[in-house]
Ligand binder design. Structure first.
Ligand code: 6GU
Length: 231
């Protein structure tokens, strides 16, 4: 999969060199390229923003650098149908189903907006040329798209076949089914007066399965009743 990220903070994405995704990049499963939006400006101050037409607080990102940046990426792609994602609190909610769908994409371009957003014409223009989606992490406001893109790239990247060593570990996870995950324990069996639930030491695999299922149901009822079907 190819992923391009356009941002005014390219250094922010340095952490994608490490851990699981860094390994995926090393093995060629993930072709991740980060671009500095300011490289597509032509003035001495490398200006990417300006005051909003109609007035109001904050600054708006100018369309021209975005046009040049995204055009240059599109000129370099082999993908038949690349997808432009604009992270925005005004977008559709990013959930595990979204991650699974995006993991099937050949080429995703993330446009990280800052300030009060990107001139609307950027979305309007590219919507006539390629698929464009506004995507939100949740109902809260971040200062820009960078943190949201980091989360999305991690959620999608780990679903690319071969990125997670043991595909079994993707199956039982929270949100892949309707229930949250069960709690996990490892050695020592007693720690600071807290014992591992005895059933996990019993060797009774049927009992362990049942206990873990009960834990998932109880936990889901307690913290995320919205995930359960109506009673
Ligand atoms: Cl995707 N972007 C911004 N700026 N804020 C957010 C968000 C995205 N998702 C939740 N809040």
């Amino acid at each position: 999969m190819r992923v391009d990220i356009v941002t005014i903070f390219p250094d922010f994405f340095g952490v994608l060199d490490i851990s699981l995704l860094g390994k995926a990049r090393g093995t060629g499963l993930l072709d991740l390229r980060v671009h500095d939006l300011r490289d597509f400006t032509h003035d001495r101050h490398r200006t990417v923003d300006d005051t909003p037409y109609g007035g109001g607080a904050g600054m708006v990102m100018k369309p021209e650098p975005w046009g040049e940046a995204i055009d240059s990426i599109l000129e370099s792609t082999d993908a038949a149908d690349p997808l432009l994602i604009v992270p925005s609190p005004a977008g559709t909610r990013f959930v595990q189903t979204t991650a699974r769908e995006l993991a099937e994409e050949e080429h995703i371009i993330f446009a990280c907006g800052r300030y009060e957003g990107i001139d609307q014409r950027v979305v309007d223009h590219y919507s006539e040329r390629i698929r464009v989606e506004l995507v939100s992490l949740g109902d809260y406001v971040l200062n820009g798209g960078e943190v949201a893109v980091m989360a999305m790239v991690e959620a999608v990247g780990r679903l690319i076949p071969g990125v997670v060593g043991n595909p079994e570990s993707l199956v039982e996870e929270s949100h892949e089914g309707a229930l949250l995950e069960y709690p996990s324990y490892t050695k020592p069996s007693a720690w600071r007066g807290l014992d591992v639930p005895p059933v996990l030491l019993s060797g009774n695999h049927g009992a362990i399965e049942r206990w873990r299922h009960e834990q998932r149901v109880e936990r889901t009822q307690r913290v995320r009743p919205d995930l359960l079907p109506p009673a």
